[in-house]
Design a protein. Structure first.
Length: 744
C-alpha cells in the first residue's frame, strides 16, 4: 500500500466532510429533522447534563410521567465515545462533532477495507464517498445510534480479512470488542443485522478458503460471547424494557412495516422518483457509481472477496423486500420473530456492497488498458432506458387515467386497509392519506418539477459520459467522473432522508411562543403539560421529546419502547406514539377523559385550537397556540389518609430524576401517592426501612405510610446494574489488551 497516497485520500475525504457539513462544523445547524429532533437531540441533552454531573441518565421525568432513559438504549449511555464527547464538550458541540467523527470513521474504514481488497487508492476513495454520501448511511434511517454503530461495519470485515491472512487469534478478540461497541452505540436492531451479515461473510470466506465450518462457528461464537459480555448492561435492561413495551404485542403486520418496495428500484437512477414508494431507504450510489458496480462485479467475479460481497448484496436485497417477499413472510411466521420492524433497513448492506464493488470497478477502469466489456454497457443502458420508460409510462397513466387511478386507490384502501379487523385511523383519515399519496405522485412525476428535470438531466449526462469511457481514459475523464458523482450525491443529499435534508438551523427549534414559555418556567409548582391537537401545528418545543430540551415536563411520549401500560391508559388522549404514529383525537374525547388528565398531574394544556370547557381556564394565545390551565389537577405528591383520618403535611427535601426525598407528617396512617411511572427498579424506604411499592391507577407508585413523622425516600436503581457494568468494563479492557497483544 502507498501510505502517502492513502493519507492524501483520507485527508481529502475529511476535507469533503467539512465542506459538506460546514454549517454543522461551525454549530450553525444540526441534525434536527424527524426523529433527530423528537428523540436524539433532547435525549442527548439529558445525557450530557447527567454525564457532566457524574451519573448516568437512568431515569427522566420529562416524558411519559417518567421513563427509564438508560434502558431505552438509543443514546448509548455506556458507549465510550459518547462518554468522551458529551463529558468534555458543550452539548451542541458534542452533538454535532460526535456525528462528524463517526461519519469520518465510516469513510476511513470503508477506504481501508477497499484497499485490503486490492482496490486502487482512487477506487477506495470512490467507495468511501459512495458509501457515506449515497443513500441509507447518509440518512441512516434518521437515527444517530444506527449511524454510529454501522460506522464499524467495514472495520470488522477488514479485521476478519486480516485474520484470515495472519491467523492470529488477537484479531478475533478485537472483532468481539468492536461488535460490543456496536451494541453499546444503541442500535440493537442494526447491530443484530450486522452480526448476521458478519456470519454470512465469515462462513462464505471460510468455505472458499477451505476451512472447516466447525472452526468458523467457534470463531463466531467467541466473537458473539465477547460482544454480549461487553454490552451486557445495555442488552439486559433494554430487553427488560422491551418486555414491558408495546413490542410485547407486536404482530406480523408490525414486523413487515416499511418493507422495501420493488418499485423503489427506479431510485437507482432517479432517487427523487423512487422515494415516493418507500419510507427513506433507497438504493442509490449515483448513476456513474452504479455503472462501476457492474464493471467491478463482472471483472472481479472470480475473486473470493467479490463473491462474498455479491452474496451479501443478494441476501440483503432479498430480506429487505419484507412483505413483498413470500419467503421472508413465511420465515417470520414460522419463528414468530415480530420484534424488529422495517425490513427496508437491510438496504444498508445492499448499498455497502455496491459501494465496494463500484470502487473495485473504478480501480479496474483506472489501471487496466483493456476495453470495458460490451455486456456491461448493454446491461447498463437497458436499465437506463427502462427507468426513463417507466417515468414516461407513469406520466401517461396520470395524464389519461388520473381520476380513475385515484378512485381505484380509494376503493382499495376502503376495502383492504380500513376493512381489516384492526386499524389505527378512521376511514376519512385513510382516504385523506390516499389522496395525499396520489398528489405526491403527481408532483414527483411532473415535468414542471425542477427536481425531476434536474434528475433526468443528471441521468442523461452521466450516461453520455459513460458512453465515452472506453475511448477516453485520461485523467480529465476520471476527474469528470468524480465531479459528476459529487454533483449527483450533493443533489441527492437534499432529498429523501439524505444528509442535507435532515439538517436544520438551531434557530428553527427556538420557541416563538416567548410568553407561553415564560409562564410555564415561572411556575415553580411541580406539574406537567399536555400537548393537544395536530402535532404538525403545535410548537416544536411542546412535542415529545423536544420539551425535555427546554426542561418542561410532558405526559406525551414518542419511543418504540413506550411502556405498554402507559400506552393503554393514555392512547385515547392522542399523546403517545410507539413509532407507528398517533391516533388523531377530537376535543370531545379530551373533555370526556378530563379526570384522567387531572390524574396525570397535568396543570397546563397547550393546543392548536380553542378549547371551550368549564374545566379549563384560558391563559393566553400566542403564534396560533392556546394555553389553558386545568382546574382541580392532581398534585405530584399526595397523601390519602385512612378512613376518618386527617390530611398530611408534605415537605419535599429533594426531587431530581430518579430520586425523591421528603418528610410526611400525619396524625393517621394512609397511602402516599407518587405520580411517577411505576417501573421495576424503583425502591422505597420509610425511615431507612424498605417498603413495598404498589401500583396506583395502573401506572403510578404508592406506599403505605404509618401515622407520625416519616422520612420517605424513592430511588430508581436497577438491580444488578453496577455488577453488569463491572463485568462489561473488565471484559472490554482484557479483550482489548489481549487482542492488541496477540495481533503483533
Amino acid at each position: 500500500m502507498d501510505k502517502r497516497k492513502d493519507l492524501g485520500y483520507i485527508g481529502l475525504f475529511v476535507v469533503i466532510v467539512i465542506f459538506v457539513f460546514w454549517d454543522v462544523v461551525i454549530l450553525k445547524s444540526a441534525f434536527l429533522k424527524g426523529d433527530y429532533a423528537q428523540q436524539f437531540f433532547p435525549w442527548y441533552k439529558i445525557y450530557s447534563d447527567s454525564i457532566k454531573s457524574f451519573h448516568l441518565p437512568l431515569w427522566t421525568n420529562y416524558v411519559q410521567c417518567g421513563f427509564p432513559l438508560f434502558a431505552e438504549g438509543q443514546i448509548g449511555s455506556l458507549y465510550p465515545f459518547n462518554l468522551l464527547f458529551f463529558f468534555f464538550l458543550p452539548f451542541k458541540a458534542a452533538y454535532n462533532y460526535s456525528f462528524l467523527f463517526h461519519f469520518v470513521l465510516a469513510g476511513v474504514f470503508t477506504y481501508l477495507f477497499s484497499r485490503k481488497l486490492k482496490a486502487a487508492p482512487s477506487g477506495a476513495f470512490l467507495a468511501a464517498i459512495l458509501f457515506c454520501f449515497g443513500s441509507v448511511y447518509a440518512g441512516c434511517f434518521v437515527n444517530t445510534s444506527s449511524l454510529k454503530s454501522l460506522a464499524y461495519f467495514p472495520l470488522v470485515l477488514l479485521l476478519f480479512e486480516t485474520y484470515l491472512e495472519k491467523r492470529k487469534i488477537g484479531f478475533l478478540f478485537l472483532i468481539g470488542v468492536i461488535v460490543g461497541l456496536q451494541f453499546l452505540c444503541g442500535a440493537m436492531q442494526m447491530t443484530v443485522y450486522a452480526l448476521f451479515f458478519y456470519t454470512v461473510y465469515f462462513m462464505y470466506r471460510s468455505i472458499i478458503e477451505k476451512r472447516r465450518l466447525i472452526v468458523c462457528f467457534k470463531e463466531i461464537a467467541l466473537i458473539s460471547a465477547i460482544s454480549f459480555m461487553i454490552s451486557l448492561p445495555q442488552l439486559y435492561f433494554t430487553s427488560e424494557l422491551a418486555s414491558y413495551s408495546n413490542r410485547q404485542v407486536a404482530n406480523l403486520g408490525f414486523s413487515l412495516w416499511n418493507s422495501f418496495n420493488p418499485l423503489s428500484m427506479i431510485g437507482v437512477f432517479l432517487p427523487y422518483l423512487g422515494g415516493v414508494f418507500t419510507k427513506g431507504n433507497l438504493i442509490y450510489v449515483g448513476v456513474i457509481g452504479f455503472f462501476f458496480v457492474f464493471l467491478g462485479g463482472w471483472v472481479f467475479k472470480k475473486e473470493k472477496t467479490t463473491r462474498a460481497l455479491i452474496l451479501m448484496f443478494v441476501f440483503a436485497l432479498f430480506l429487505s423486500l419484507g412483505k413483498f417477499n413470500p419467503v421472508y413472510v413465511l420465515l417470520i411466521k414460522i419463528f414468530k420473530f415480530y420484534y424488529f420492524r422495517a425490513p427496508s433497513r437491510f438496504v444498508y448492506f445492499v448499498v455497502f456492497s455496491l459501494s465496494i464493488l463500484s470502487g473495485l470497478g473504478f480501480s479496474y477502469f483506472s489501471r487496466a488498458r483493456q476495453a470495458i466489456p460490451k455486456i456491461i454497457y448493454k446491461i447498463f443502458f437497458v436499465l437506463v432506458a427502462l427507468s426513463l420508460g417507466l417515468v414516461l409510462t407513469v406520466k401517461a397513466v396520470f395524464y389519461f387515467w388520473g381520476k380513475e387511478m385515484l378512485f381505484f386507490l380509494k376503493g382499495y384502501v376502503s376495502k383492504h386497509v380500513f376493512g381489516q379487523v384492526y386499524h389505527r385511523y378512521d376511514l376519512e383519515t385513510y382516504l385523506n392519506k390516499t389522496e395525499s399519496f396520489y398528489n405526491e405522485m403527481l408532483a414527483r412525476f411532473s415535468f414542471s418539477n425542477p427536481v425531476v428535470i434536474f434528475s433526468i438531466v443528471i441521468l442523461v449526462l452521466s450516461a453520455a459520459l459513460i458512453y465515452f469511457l472506453n475511448s477516453k481514459r485520461t485523467k480529465l475523464v476520471r476527474s469528470l467522473c468524480f465531479l459528476l458523482i459529487f454533483i449527483e450525491l450533493f443533489f441527492f443529499s437534499y432529498i429523501s432522508s439524505a444528509i442535507r435534508g435532515n439538517l436544520a438551523n438551531f434557530k428553527d427549534i427556538s420557541p416563538k411562543e416567548v410568553s407561553v414559555i415564560s409562564l410555564l418556567r415561572d411556575d415553580k409548582e411541580i406539574s406537567r403539560i399536555l400537548p393537544f391537537g395536530e402535532f404538525s401545528s403545535l410548537p416544536s418545543w411542546a412535542m415529545p421529546s423536544l420539551n425535555a430540551y427546554y426542561k418542561i415536563e410532558s405526559v406525551g411520549f414518542y419511543s418504540p419502547l413506550l411502556n405498554r401500560d402507559y400506552y393503554l391508559v393514555a392512547q385515547d388522549l392522542g399523546i403517545v406514539d410507539d413509532s407507528l404514529g398517533i391516533v388523531p383525537v377530537k376535543k370531545e374525547k379530551l373533555f370526556e377523559k378530563i379526570d384522567l388528565v387531572r390524574d396525570l398531574n397535568v396543570k397546563y394544556i397547550i393546543s392548536d385550537m380553542g378549547l371551550e370547557n368549564s374545566n379549563l381556564e384560558f391563559l393566553t394565545k400566542e403564534n396560533g397556540s392556546f394555553l389553558y390551565r386545568l382546574t382541580g389537577y392532581k398534585k405530584r405528591f399526595e397523601f390519602i389518609p385512612s378512613c376518618g383520618g386527617s390530611k398530611a403535611e408534605i415537605e419535599v427535601k429533594m426531587y431530581v430524576p430518579g430520586e425523591l426525598s421528603l418528610m410526611v407528617r400525619s396524625e393517621s396512617s394512609g397511602i402516599f401517592i407518587f405520580r411517577e411511572k411505576y417501573y421495576p427498579g424503583w425502591q422505597a424506604t420509610i425511615d431507612g426501612k424498605v417498603v413495598e411499592i404498589k401500583r396506583f391507577n395502573d401506572i403510578f407508585q404508592s406506599i403505605k405510610v404509618p401515622a407520625g413523622e416519616q422520612k420517605i425516600d424513592f430511588r430508581f436503581q436497577p438491580v444488578n446494574l453496577n455488577l453488569f457494568m463491572l463485568v462489561s468494563g473488565l471484559v472490554f479492557i482484557f479483550c482489548l489488551w489481549f487482542g492488541l497483544r496477540r495481533c503483533k
